[in-house]
Design a protein around this ligand. Structure first.
Ligand SMILES: [Zn+2]
Length: 418
């Protein structure tokens, strides 16, 4: 249990003395992983660091607590034996197409293999992606057995279990690429990130030699039903749902929105696609409450339900903007990266009505053949407010959005009747 550095604090805001050139430079977008170079966020070997921030995103704070509690040795390194992916993913041409992937490390799951010698020699290189296998069991899927879904013994089992490959992806941002997605200069983006995190990462403004940032935000989880390699095969059909986190609905079944019903519908469609020889993919992004956070989200619920006239589809977005200052902070510009990482060029069925997701996916060069709205019978009564408001604001709907008059008629449950 030795301290990181016992003598004095060494700031990382300026390069280590006598290191004119980085030992492990990152050449983002290089097709060869050795040439691209490893992502090193080591806090024990500051001289090797070639990124801003720390591994694990927001969990780096819990790592600090574990060390503070003397439960974790600060110089401990992961033993990567047997942790390698259960399924090969890539490499795909998209991994080195200019500007195609800027918010994750396409080589993040194979560092144990690619940089085996460097790791054995003591360089602190850690995976930012993990690929494993699992079974899912959800009550709605069980209830669909024998009606909407049939067990096949391989993809969907008689018990209702679904066999999946699941992938966890930590964000790794190439700052010039992220800036260009948002149409700002890299300098402006760095400065805004620095200021809005309360100066948490001074290197953003003092280390232009470091272009890669490990942001302290949530990760992406991907669930794949069927043959993972089929995602890059143009002859195979793909069904896909891109889902943004909603803890209240996804986990607890709260009925004010359509999140969990749409997610389950997406999983059902993925199972069916895989059973027909295609592949299903769910990309789950930790962007709670439109990336505004759950506290803001619950404040908005109260503002919606307490306003004069009660919760109404006509004022749905207005109430969010009053509290948060913005209607939505998810900004889907970075979202398609994970789809490109999986080698996807075409999505046959996209289970999403979001125009923002659709625009981001198609503008990034992935063809979308069909958009699949949530079946009306799956929409909880109190969620009509959200759904109708979104349709009026441009969400995809085959029958056109509601007019002003019908929008005004859509009301939610008031707080007294919770
Ligand atoms: Zn929700």
């Amino acid at each position: 249990m030795t301290a990181n550095r016992s003598t004095h604090i060494r700031l990382t805001s300026h390069p280590e003395p006598n290191t004119a050139t980085a030992r492990f430079p990152i050449r983002w977008g290089a097709a060869d992983p050795k040439e691209r170079g490893p992502v090193i966020g080591s806090v024990t070997n500051p001289g090797d660091r070639n990124v801003i921030g720390a591994h694990g995103g927001s969990y780096s704070i819990y790592r600090a607590l574990a060390i503070s509690a003397r439960a974790l040795n600060p110089v401990a390194r992961p033993d990567l034996r047997n942790t390698h992916p259960t399924t090969e993913i890539g490499p795909y041409p998209q991994w080195s197409e200019p500007g195609r992937i800027v918010s994750l490390d396409p080589w993040g799951h194979c560092v144990g293999e690619v940089f085996r010698d460097e790791i054995a020699a003591g360089v602190d290189i850690r995976p930012t992606i993990a690929v494993t296998k699992a079974r899912l069991n959800m009550p709605e899927i069980q209830a669909s057995l024998g009606t909407r879904l049939r067990a096949d013994g391989g993809i969907l089992h008689a018990s209702g279990d679904i066999s999946v490959t699941k992938v966890a992806i930590d964000p790794v941002w190439y700052l010039p690429g992220v800036a260009s997605r948002f149409g700002v200069s890299e300098g402006q983006l760095r400065r805004t990130l620095f200021e809005q995190t309360g100066g948490m990462f001074p290197e953003l403004v003092t280390r232009p030699d470091m272009s890669v940032f490990l942001p302290p935000i949530g990760n992406i989880t991907v669930y794949i039903v069927g043959d993972v390699a089929g995602l890059a095969d143009p002859k195979r059909r793909i069904s896909c749902r891109v889902h943004d986190e909603c803890n209240g609905s996804d986990v607890f079944g709260s009925d004010i929105c359509t999140c969990r019903p749409y997610l389950v519908h997406g999983i059902e469609e993925c199972v069916r696609e895989a059973q027909d020889g295609g592949v299903g993919v769910i990309a789950y992004n930790r962007k709670e409450g439109r990336a505004l956070g759950e506290v803001t989200k619950f404040l908005v619920y109260n503002a919606r339900k307490r306003q004069e006239g009660g919760d109404s589809a006509a004022t749905y977005f207005e109430r969010t903007e009053c509290v948060a200052g913005v209607q939505d902070a998810r900004f889907q510009q970075l979202m398609p990266d994970v789809l490109h990482w999986l080698g996807i060029r075409r999505i046959d069925r996209l289970m999403s009505m979001s125009n923002m997701k659709y625009d981001a996916i198609t503008e990034s060069g992935i063809e979308v053949v069909e958009r699949v709205p949530i079946p009306p019978e799956l929409v909880p009564p109190d969620a009509q407010v959200e759904l109708e408001a979104k349709k009026a604001a441009g969400y995809y709907t085959p029958d056109g959005g509601p007019d002003e008059e019908s929008l005004a008629r859509v009301k939610g449950r008031d707080l007294e009747r919770f």
